[in-house]
Design a protein around this ligand. Structure first.
Ligand code: RB5
Length: 148
């Protein structure tokens, strides 16, 4: 288990941004586990990659995840099917910040066709360094994990 561990995955539409972000995070000395895909030449279904990432986070709750598809929407729908996941699709600094401060997000979803690398780096930095506010948000986040 490690606070420093980042698990990252994408489908074909998120491949390039995943590769760029994975290299960026390694340069910052994060412990990066890249679950693929390893090419954009083969079409890959995003639910399967989200499922792979969910199982890693289930065993390692301190790890954080990054999922990238074309828009980030499919990945966010898929990953939020797991009660121990709080996946947030962020597209600007405010959504990345509030995903951490209010929602205690443990997975960041990004769109490879909608978010460029410079913005994605900014959003990832915010996601990885912003603490959860707790307080009034604590009860709501606990309720998320107990939904039936
Ligand atoms: C793949 O073409 C695309 O549908 C997928 O990457 C994603 O954007 C779905 O939400």
């Amino acid at each position: 288990m490690s606070d420093n561990k980042i698990v990252i995955a994408s489908d074909h539409a998120g491949y390039l941004l995943k590769k760029q972000l994975s290299d960026y995070l390694k340069s910052l000395n994060y412990d990066v586990l890249d679950l693929g895909v390893d090419t954009d030449a083969v079409s890959t279904d995003y639910p399967l990659k989200a499922q792979d990432l969910a199982y890693i986070l289930k065993d390692d709750p301190k790890a954080r995840g990054i999922l990238i598809c074309g828009t980030g929407i499919g990945m966010s729908i898929a990953i939020n099917r797991y009660p121990f996941i709080r996946g947030a699709l962020a597209y600007d600094k405010q959504t990345a910040l509030l995903a951490r401060q209010h929602n205690n997000a443990n997975v960041l979803c990004l769109g490879g066709r909608t978010t460029n690398f410079d913005t994605a780096k900014e959003l990832t930095d915010i996601f990885l360094t912003t603490p959860f506010d707790g307080g009034r948000h604590e009860k709501r986040v606990l309720e998320l994990g107990e939904m039936k």
